[in-house]
Write a protein that binds this ligand. Structure first.
Ligand SMILES: Nc1nc2c(ncn2[C@@H]2O[C@H](COP(=O)(O)OP(=O)(O)OP(=O)(O)O)[C@@H](O)[C@H]2O)c(=O)[nH]1
Ligand SMILES: [Mg+2]
Length: 306
């Protein structure tokens, strides 16, 4: 088996659907190559397939090649690659403040898992003894959205503040803050309607909600804007991050559906390009399936299928 064959990693039986299979394939690649030229080409292909995006994949492989400089064993190569990616991975601390009101505004395009993530976060905060949680039904656009939030609220034991379908989402959040203040509740998680990142008017409307919420909260609270991205959307997730961040300034990202088809590289790509911190990975539909983001286990899973 001497001839140099190209693209040897992409066997058709392994059309990379899950993070695991990409991780395993990267591990395979590391375990049978010590840094020959085609190793770097294959690694670059795999990173692109894992949703790193072409620019990040090329940059990472170039750095690895420079560090390696022709002669490093494979364990060191994997560790080097982790070391190159790790600085781009930051963790967002979303723990509620014990002293002042914490308002979390949940953003994202349609169907990514915003409302489910709200329920999971509420469940988490309640279970960890952080106090009562109020859910603000800021998706006033879809008739069924309020009902869906109420069902979740009942399930996790959180009060829901709502207004009529079609009302101003900023007003719902304003009310939620006022009623929480008067009842001594300190955690509010606000839903918003899914809005496509390429619809300028919807994104503008979000900036208005942001303004109302931050003015109402003023200096007396902590305001976090959390972008939810569906791991199955691939590089489109990068564009979503850029648009939402430009519109309102994103404080933390949650990557959902990591269980279904996570290739995972999107986390590193967003970290490398934008420096946004990650808070949680959604790993299923259950209330306990929201896992705090941990850079080391993320890298182990991504690059070694562990
Ligand atoms: N497998 C899996 N499914 C998820 C996860 N998070 C959410 N979902 C599912 O994704 C679907 C959409 O979730 P929603 O929470 O309604 O999404 P949304 O962003 O609020 O949707 P819109 O309000 O319509 O924009 C539901 O079927 C959820 O159960 C996850 O981490 N893993
Ligand atoms: Mg929703």
């Amino acid at each position: 088996m001497f001839g140099r064959k190209k693209k040897s990693t992409a066997s058709s039986a392994e059309t990379a659907v899950s993070g695991k299979s990409i991780g395993r394939r990267i591990k395979d690649l590391f375990s049978r190559s010590d840094g020959a030229d085609d190793f770097y080409d294959d690694l670059e292909d795999l990173l692109v397939e894992a949703d790193f995006g072409a620019a990040a994949a090329v940059a990472l492989v170039d750095q690895l090649r420079t560090i390696n400089n022709g002669g490093t064993d494979r364990e060191t190569l994997v560790e080097n690659l982790k070391d190159i990616i790790r600085p781009a991975l930051t963790v967002a601390d979303l723990n509620p403040s014990p002293d002042v009101l914490s308002l979390y505004l949940i953003l994202g395009v349609n169907g990514v898992g915003k409302t489910t993530t709200i329920a999971k976060m509420a469940h988490r905060f309640i279970n960890s003894g952080s106090g009562n949680v109020v859910l603000a039904a800021g998706d006033t656009f879809r008739a069924a959205a309020v009902d869906q939030l109420e069902i979740h609220g009942e399930r996790v034991g959180a009060r829901v503040v709502k207004q009529d379908h079609g009302s101003d989402p900023g007003a719902v959040i304003y009310d939620a803050v006022s009623s929480a203040e008067s009842r001594g509740e300190r955690i509010i998680i606000a839903d918003t309607a899914g809005r496509m990142h390429n619809r300028a008017n919807l994104i503008k409307e979000l900036a208005k909600i942001d303004r109302i919420a931050s003015e109402r909260l003023g200096e007396n609270g902590i305001f976090k804007k959390i972008l939810v991205i569906d791991a199955t959307t691939g590089q489109n997730g990068m564009r979503q991050a850029e648009t939402f961040h430009e519109a309102v300034g994103v404080d933390a990202v949650v990557l959902t559906k990591y269980d279904s088809s996570a290739k995972g590289g999107l986390v590193a790509a967003i970290g490398m390009k934008m420096g946004l911190p990650f808070a949680y990975l959604g790993r299923g539909e259950g209330m306990d399936d929201l896992v705090p983001f941990d850079p080391d286990s993320y890298l182990d899973e991504l690059l070694a299928g562990e």
